[in-house]
Design a binder for this molecule. Sequence first.
Ligand code: SF4
Ligand code: SF4
Length: 55
Amino acid sequence: MAATVNQETCVGCGACVDSCPVSAIKIENDKAVVGDDCIECGACVGSCPTEAISL
Ligand code: SF4
Ligand code: SF4
């Protein structure tokens, strides 16, 4: 299971993109999208100001 993004609370700020050590997150249509290369490290979870990401 990759990290999942709540599409309703994600504001597209990009903080999670910078937090990911394997560059698994991209912003598409102003929402974060987690790719299959996620290693489930959890770094992005704490980076999100709206708590939109969970593992
Ligand atoms: S859990 Fe880790 S590897 Fe997966 S998207 Fe978040 S920061 Fe990147
Ligand atoms: S840090 Fe949170 S609000 Fe910002 S782009 Fe990532 S998931 Fe969306």
